[in-house]
Design a protein around this ligand. Structure first.
Ligand code: DC
Length: 231
């Protein structure tokens, strides 16, 4: 089977998009791209340069310095996926903190940031054979993706998942803080002016509140296999 397609997976935060995207990419031998990691990397860049903090956001300085942020994904064979680098520093762990999560929606709302990242994302997907997850992949980045999935589940389920993940990574967080972050990001991500999170008309919606990872994978893989038979 050598025809390659593009798979766009969008949805709310912590809906398990990256889990399913990685499973699909492994199964199909495709490249997996976590576009959220790129927005997190730009947020880390803004924090490091003190453009953003709890009580200020210097949007002008962030925009003026965008070209100083070189983003790269480098595949790590020991974990089976690519890690995020900012100016040659591995920031994979640093971008997964609740602190970055608390600022990322503000940074992701800036059009200049989006323009820079969307350009890189389109380039990464130009030869197809890509599974990319995010918020605007089916609506902006790959409008012609052969498969578009829109993932949902309740805010409580998502907060519990994210909380368990952070605790497992050894981070000290409270469930309430994680829940507050999930709800706040939903609000900013769906109401921003530029590329808000919306379901693409042709996207297939999957609510996985009551699905195991295996059940979800089976449903989506079936959709992909049907599509691959048609193209
Ligand atoms: O997928 P994630 O939770 O790691 O994404 C972090 C944030 O980045 C999310 O709250 C919104 C933003 N984002 C975006 O605006 N567009 C994307 N394609 C991916 C992520």
């Amino acid at each position: 089977m050598n025809i390659k397609i593009t798979i766009a997976i969008d949805g709310y935060s912590s809906t398990g998009k990256s889990t399913i995207a990685k499973q699909l990419a492994n199964q199909l031998g495709y490249v997996y791209v976590d576009s959220g990691a790129m927005y997190r990397a730009m947020t880390f860049f803004a924090m490091k340069n003190e453009f953003i903090s709890k009580d200020h956001f210097d949007v002008t300085s962030l925009i003026e310095n965008l070209d100083k942020a070189q983003l790269k994904f480098i595949y790590n064979p020991s974990i089976g996926f690519a890690e995020m680098y900012l100016n040659d520093e591995n920031i994979e762990k640093a971008i997964r903190t609740l602190e970055v999560s608390n600022f990322v929606s503000q940074v992701a709302a800036i059009s200049e940031v989006r323009k820079k990242l969307v350009t890189i994302q389109k380039e990464m997907g130009k030869n197809k054979g890509v599974v990319m997850d995010g918020r605007d992949i089916g609506t902006v980045v790959f409008t012609d993706a052969e498969i578009k999935i829109f993932m949902t589940s309740s805010a409580e389920t998502r907060a519990k998942r994210r909380f368990d993940e952070l605790i497992e990574k050894g981070q000290e967080v409270s469930y309430d803080d994680v829940y507050t972050n999930v709800v706040a990001r939903d609000r900013v991500d769906t109401t921003r002016k530029d590329s808000p999170l919306v379901k693409a008309d042709e996207a297939i919606e999957i609510d996985n509140s009551n699905l195991t990872k295996e059940e979800q994978f089976a449903i989506i893989l079936k959709l992909v296999e049907e599509k691959l038979r048609d193209v």
